[in-house]
Design a protein around this ligand. Structure first.
Ligand code: EPZ
Length: 421
């Protein structure tokens, strides 16, 4: 176990390079099961969730070769069709393995995915099961796990009654090997979904409409090899932009796609945070104060729920009141209490809404990171706070941010990773 110790009120400066998107990598890795040829993935972030996903693939007897920010995968034969709970319980995104296994060998067994505290209870998977059923799968619940069978999946029409990112990606990739055409409606439109479709189409899939709310997949017999460069992580991009603004630092964020965080940058313009953008970079300038602005999280291209907690830290430094309305998940405002203990002026209105009054002086505290996005928000709070902040349970942060302490020290942050017995 280890923790971060941060000494606050240090101005940051310099450049930080954005890594490959966690939420793209966690889909293209299981999608490799759809083909029996070699899949090469570059710009792969070195984070815990990717390691867990590759371990799951190796447990399924896939050939996996890992090097720096890169891996090669080949699944010549898929003999094992059950997800070992010891891996699946550590990774919510293990659900992404179910569709490809079902499509490839016609049978799959798995327990309810674990690994993430946010979301109602144990994060529902009803949309996935309904989708597989619509494609002709027979679904049984036996001895604490789901057992799905389908001789050959068939194309179907499916309307998502709730917009779901992984639900969209799971049914889209599963339909690639189904018989006939599948039409998915009310799909999520995140950039990672279009990236996944582009990767699969390079392998011979026939997917149209990814990135819009209607996706049409014409099933094919098989798909071939592929080489994929993971797109930049838009949540890292937004997090570093908020970190710069909240600490009054001048930072250049490189290897990113500015348009993927247009929802945040549009707010920066409104509240007086100065920045410039280029094709693959954003430069944040030191701003003398900025005003408050209320947000409501929304599916892409709206304000991303994964930037909600970092944005709340920014709101504690803004002049005025901001309503933070989390519409996607339950339990994604749990960190607000810890922020209050640091001196933030926050009123919890209901489980989905808080009011943040600023600017507030923050003071260092001992904190525990409930999830990865609240964890990085606590790092930002620690960088602002007077005194020392300790954050434990930092596995949650390492799940989604590669070598975050090393990268922040390069910007001048006083942050140490300390092993605890
Ligand atoms: C993806 O989660 C991301 N994870 C999340 O990032 C992100 O916050 C979320 O999309 C929203 O943008 C990955 O891509 C691995 P959802 P996902 O299905 O797909 C409900 C992070 O920090 N729902 O879009 O699991 C669900 O309860 C993570 O990187 C059902 O009701 O989220 C939620 O209210 C956190 N039934 C809503 O849909 C289902 O079967 C949206 O969840 C599935 C979801």
């Amino acid at each position: 176990m280890s923790k971060f110790i941060i000494k606050g009120q240090v101005r940051l400066s310099g450049e930080i390079e954005v890594k490959g998107a966690k939420n793209a990598a966690l889909k293209i890795i299981p999608a490799a099961l759809l083909s029996d040829e070699k899949i090469t993935i570059t710009n792969l972030p070195e984070i815990e969730d990717v390691s867990r996903s590759l371990e799951l693939l190796e447990d399924l007897k896939a050939e996996v070769k890992i090097s720096k920010n890169r891996c090669e995968i080949q699944v010549k034969n898929l003999d094992k069709n059950s997800l070992d709970p010891k891996f699946a319980n550590k990774l919510r995104a293990s659900i992404m393995f179910v569709g490809p296994i079902l499509a490839r060998v016609g049978e799959v067994k798995f327990s309810h995915p674990g690994g993430c505290v946010i979301g109602a209870g144990t994060r529902p998977i009803d949309l996935f099961l309904e989708g597989f059923k619509a494609m002709g799968a027979d679904i049984k619940w036996e001895d604490g796990s789901y057992h799905l069978k389908a001789k050959k999946l068939k194309g179907c029409e499916y309307f998502f009654t709730t917009v779901s990112v992984t639900g969209t990606e799971s049914l889209m990739m599963t339909a690639v090997l189904a018989n006939g055409t599948t039409t998915l409606k009310n799909c999520a439109m995140e950039p990672e979904i279009k990236a996944l479709a582009d990767y699969l189409n390079e392998q011979g899939a026939k997917i149209k409409g990814a990135g819009t709310s209607t996706i049409i997949i014409e099933g094919v017999e098989r798909i071939g090899a592929g080489v994929f460069d993971i797109i930049p992580d838009r949540i890292e991009t937004g997090t570093f932009a908020i970190m710069a603004a909240a600490t009054g630092s001048e930072i250049k964020i490189t290897k990113c796609i500015p348009e993927h965080i247009e929802s945040l940058l549009s707010i920066f313009k409104k509240i007086g945070i100065k920045f410039e953008t280029g094709e693959d970079w954003i430069k944040i300038f030191k701003s003398e104060g900025f005003s408050s602005y209320s947000i409501k999280t929304h599916e892409y291209p709206g304000f991303p729920t994964d930037l909600q907690s970092p944005y709340t830290i920014l709101a504690t430094q803004a002049k005025g009141s901001s309503i933070i309305h989390e519409t996607i998940y339950d339990r994604r405002l749990l960190y607000a209490d810890m922020l209050t203990q640091m001196g933030a002026d926050i009123i919890m209105c209901d489980p989905h809404r808080i009011v943040v009054n600023g600017p507030s002086k923050l003071y260092g505290k001992k904190l525990t990171s409930p999830d990865l996005r609240a964890g990085i928000a606590m790092i930002i709070a620690g960088l602002i706070a007077e005194g020392e902040t300790e954050i434990d349970n930092i596995y949650q942060i390492d799940r989604g941010y590669e070598n975050i302490d090393t990268r922040l020290r390069a910007l001048g942050a006083d942050i140490k990773r300390v092993e605890i017995q």
